[in-house]
Design a binder for this molecule. Structure first.
Ligand SMILES: [Zn+2]
Length: 67
């Protein structure tokens, strides 16, 4: 689960970066490895979803500033 303080701050289009390995979750792309369809916001990821590169939990991700 992502902390409520974070989930309130992110929009459906917000990308989040893993602070362990710098992997970026982009809602536009989803996650092929976990079969997350493109267009899935970070806040809608299933509970079991973790960083595909380092297995960090969702609360290790930090929102990136909007481009
Ligand atoms: Zn990671």
């Amino acid at each position: 689960m992502i902390p409520l303080a974070v989930s309130k701050r992110i929009k459906d289009s917000t990308r989040l970066e893993c602070r362990i390995c710098w992997n970026v979750y982009d809602p536009v792309e989803g996650d092929e490895i976990e079969q997350i369809p493109p267009g899935t916001p970070f806040s809608s990821l299933p509970e079991y979803w973790r960083c595909p590169q380092c297995d960090a939990e969702q609360d290790k991700f930090l929102p990136l500033p909007e481009a």
